[in-house]
Design a binder for this molecule. Structure first.
Ligand code: GEK
Length: 240
């Protein structure tokens, strides 16, 4: 796999179009996500550890919005349960093509190009939504999470990682500023940061932890907690 540096927003753009997961993004994706999402690698490793604990024999583990398959790969490495299949799904054909190339030797991973709102979810012990729900329209989120809940086996878990927003304006400003400081420390310029933010403006819709927690409980989950947070990026675990 090639790993190019993300320079997509280095030069000034007159009309910034909505962010899309196209070939340009695919080419730089590993670099982009590591330098943009604080704690990304920690979260990926922990998805492996949680999967090792919760994957059940003869069940499915879903990686929804799998991009290039980083979570699927670590799940595959860590699963100890027998006869588990990993289902990796993304709606971007460019992502899926590269994902298939990255995971070509992994026979336990089924890779599907589809909208995650439309696939069947069943017999699941672990479901991962690693920075994907934030791209689903707000009005579809509850129904989608209800379907995940229905598809989970007893004692199944959902690992949900999201960019968060905050009700308190001072917190919102602080966490946003600190995220920008993180990106600057990773080598992004102010121009790159602000152009990327404009491109994501109507595409990535963050919510507060309370909104996530309440909706997940409404969907049926027993308990919902944050297990990791780094500025405005958090990962939650919801237990059935
Ligand atoms: C990782 N989980 O590396 N159906 C299917 N895929 C979708 C949908 C949808 N409705 N909406 C968005 N996507 C990965 C990182 S990236 C996060 C996930 C980020 C896909 C989209 O095509 C993209 O590949 C992914 O969700 C989000 O652990 O780039 O911030």
């Amino acid at each position: 796999m090639h790993a190019y540096k993300d320079t997509i927003y280095t030069n000034p753009v007159t009309n910034i179009s909505r962010f899309q997961f196209d070939q340009t993004v695919v080419d730089v994706f590993p670099d982009m996500i590591q330098r943009s999402v604080p704690g990304y690698q920690v979260i990926i490793s922990a998805i492996g550890l949680l999967t090792a604990r919760f994957a059940q024999d003869n069940s499915r583990c879903y990686d929804l919005g799998c991009s290039l398959g980083a979570a699927s790969l670590v799940m595959d490495e860590q699963i100890m349960a027998k006869n588990c299949t990993i289902i990796a799904v993304d709606k971007s054909p460019a992502m899926i093509k590269q994902c298939q190339q990255n995971l070509t030797t992994k026979t336990n991973i089924e890779i599907i190009c589809a909208d995650i709102r439309e696939i069947e979810i069943k017999n699941a012990s672990v479901v991962v939504l690693n920075f994907t729900l934030q791209f689903i329209p707000l009005e579809d989120r509850l129904t989608f999470l209800q379907r995940i809940y229905q598809g989970l086996l007893p004692n199944g878990i959902l690992i949900l990682s999201e960019k968060l927003k905050f009700d308190n304006q001072e917190q919102q400003q602080l966490q946003t500023d600190m995220h920008h400081e993180f990106k600057k420390a990773q080598g992004y310029s102010d121009l790159e940061i602000s152009q990327k933010r404009s491109a994501l403006d109507t595409v990535l819709i963050p919510e507060t932890f309370n909104q996530h927690q309440q909706r997940l409980k409404h969907a049926g989950f027993n308990s919902v907690e944050v297990w990791f947070q780094y500025f405005n990026f958090a990962s939650m675990v919801a237990l059935k």
